[in-house]
Design a protein around this ligand. Structure first.
Ligand SMILES: Cc1ncc(C[n+]2csc(CCOP(=O)(O)OP(=O)(O)O)c2C)c(N)n1
Length: 570
């Protein structure tokens, strides 16, 4: 008589799970307790399974672009991987701008998309889009899951890739039938290995240290990589050790306190006169965690003409891509800065420092600031003064973004979030909501123009549904201001399609159940900002700034950074 084999312990423990459940289980195991998403046909099984996974808080957005920007804002504010979910076809295509934004700014995001069932793939099925084909150039990696037992490994691998090395977005596409397939599974595991981080080459570090030791006019340029690598302390230590001024890129703002005596501001197209002059005059530049993109360098041939450049980046493809480098070091920002500081003696450069201090002492207080009701700089400074010291500021794209970069003067690390590389209008409100969800006890201010605000203002609905108390300050000039500025300065003043109307933002806010205020006078600004700060829910401020103010200084397109145009005397 045949005897039945006793089940092994593993078999006895195994439970049958649907692919849809494995998606959420993998996200929970990866530590993603907040995801931003929007359901649809191809991810119905996933949404059917969601209520069984209370460890995941799903934020229902109003548009999938918002989901991707929220995941991005969440990731930038917390240092964790942001997650967004969308259905196939239009859901997936709507994610693309947000993924491109995260890609250009090296933000770790994992996007999960539903796909039509495998037998329908390639047949122009309803809502079928080749999302992998579409996002290839704007993601670090993308994965089509082809079997239920690949779901968890694929998601864990996506997390490892998104956060490893130079971070970036990864997309995982899961066909509907695979979400419905079942498999016997035991406890959740996370088998993904962290990606190896390259270690700096000791000989290159020695050469770099020797170059810095011999420099008389060194400058450190800190990019997003310093922030991503959480290398703030190492940056400050090295700068102080060799008495080198630190300038930042737009995304590097927050790598060093802007009140630090060695902080010399932002460089590039709308960089400070001081930062651009210092880089122009430097004899050695140490660039850490930046791409040297065209907004930073201006005309490449004239960039830092007197300097030897040491470029350190975790991404080897960046070295020598845009500027000729004397020494390239492929490693994590913190490791490079630490290793260089360890190799260098304390030194001072009084003459070079005098130059920094001298430049600092010449702030231009334009006469028009006294005359005009709401000059933009005054508004930014008032927002800064009203907000908590450690508040987060999320800037949209345009003139207000540059005014915010120039005048917020942040002291806490990593409080400035913006779409730097892609320059995606519509970023600020959703990214602020993402930041707020990740940092629930912090104050989060979104600063947008009237153009960009109108691109994603519907996400106020998400803020209300989630009780996310973001403060949206719209710097309303009635124009697509940055483009108007270029038309005025570089297209003979021909104003074309840049005046833009706005809805009544107070009524709009009211319709969403949000506190709305309109500020037209200088005397009303402080009280309105204080009220916004004290209000426990979301707020919209319609701030009527001077209509035709420009951002100064500006490096003309194609010009050298040293040829920046200063604010004309009014
Ligand atoms: C999605 C998108 N479309 C177009 C642009 C080009 N663009 C850059 S700045 C700008 C104007 C922004 O206007 P607004 O939001 O009102 O801000 P302001 O410049 O007035 O502060 C435009 C149209 C962009 N960056 N992003």
């Amino acid at each position: 008589m045949a005897t039945m084999a006793k089940p092994t312990i593993q078999e006895a423990d195994a439970v049958t799970q649907r692919g849809a459940d494995l998606v959420w289980r993998a996200l929970e195991t990866a530590g993603a307790n907040i995801v931003f998403g929007y359901p649809g046909g191809a991810c119905l099984p996933m949404y059917d399974a969601l209520p069984d996974h209370p460890g995941v808080h799903h934020v229902l957005v109003r548009h999938e672009q918002g989901a991707a920007h929220m995941a991005d804002g969440y990731a930038r504010a917390t240092g964790r991987v942001g997650v967004c979910v969308a259905t196939s076809g239009p859901g997936a295509t709507n994610l693309v701008t947000g993924l491109a934004c995260a890609y250009m700014d090296s933000v770790p995001v994992v996007a999960i998309t539903g796909q039509v069932s495998t037998p329908l793939m390639g047949r122009d099925a309803f809502q079928e889009t080749d999302v992998l084909g579409m996002v290839g150039p704007v993601t670090k990696h993308s994965i089509l899951v082809q079997s239920v037992d690949d779901i968890e490994p694929a998601i864990h691998r996506a997390f490892a890739i998104a956060r490893g090395g130079r971070p970036g977005p990864v997309l995982v596409d899961i066909p509907k039938d695979i979400q419905l397939h079942t498999m016997a599974t035991r406890g959740a595991t996370n088998g993904a290995r962290a990606l190896p981080v390259p270690g700096a080459d000791a000989a290159e570090l020695d050469r770099a240290a020797a170059l810095l030791a011999a420099a008389s006019r060194p400058v450190i340029i800190a990019g997003q990589g310093v922030r991503l690598g959480r290398a703030h302390a190492e940056l400050r230590t090295l700068a102080e050790r060799i008495d080198a001024p630190v300038v930042t890129t737009l995304l590097g703002i927050g790598a060093i306190s802007e009140e630090h005596p060695l902080a010399a501001g932002m460089l590039g197209m709308h960089g400070s006169a001081r930062a651009n002059r210092m880089v122009n005059d430097a004899d050695v530049i140490l660039g850490v965690g930046l791409r040297f993109d065209d907004r930073v360098t201006g005309k490449i041939a004239a960039f830092a003409p007197n300097a030897k450049i040491i470029h350190a980046d975790i991404d080897a493809t960046q070295i020598g891509k845009n500027v000729p480098t004397a020494i390239g070091i492929v490693a994590d920002a913190g490791a490079v800065l630490f290793a260089l500081a360890a190799r260098l003696e304390r030194s001072t450069r009084p003459e070079w420092r005098t130059r920094l201090d001298g430049d600092r002492r010449k702030p231009r207080v334009a006469e028009y600031e006294q005359r005009v009701e709401l000059p933009p700089r005054l508004v930014i400074r008032a927002i800064r003064a009203a907000a908590s010291e450690d508040a987060y500021f999320v800037a949209d794209v345009g003139q207000h973004q540059m005014w915010a970069a120039q005048h917020l003067r942040l002291t806490e690390p990593d409080r400035f979030l913006t779409s730097g590389g892609l320059g995606a209008m519509g970023y600020a409100l959703p990214a602020a909501i993402g930041a707020q969800m990740g940092r629930p006890s912090s104050e989060v201010w979104a600063i947008a123009g009237d153009g960009g605000a109108q691109m994603t203002i519907h996400e106020l609905g998400t803020a209300v549904q989630e009780s996310a108390p973001v403060k949206l300050a719209i710097m309303n000039n009635g124009y697509l201001g940055m483009v108007r500025q270029w038309q005025q300065l570089f297209h003979d003043g021909r104003i074309s399609q840049t005046p833009i109307s706005s809805p009544d933002y107070v009524k709009l806010a009211d319709a969403y159940g949000v506190l709305g205020m309109c500020v037209e006078r200088r005397t009303d600004l402080g009280p309105a900002l204080s009220r916004a700060k004290a209000h426990p829910g979301p707020v919209v401020l319609d701030i009527r700034i001077e209509r035709e103010a420009n951002v100064w200084p500006i490096v003309p397109p194609g010009g050298a950074n040293a040829d920046f145009i200063e604010e004309p005397a009014s």
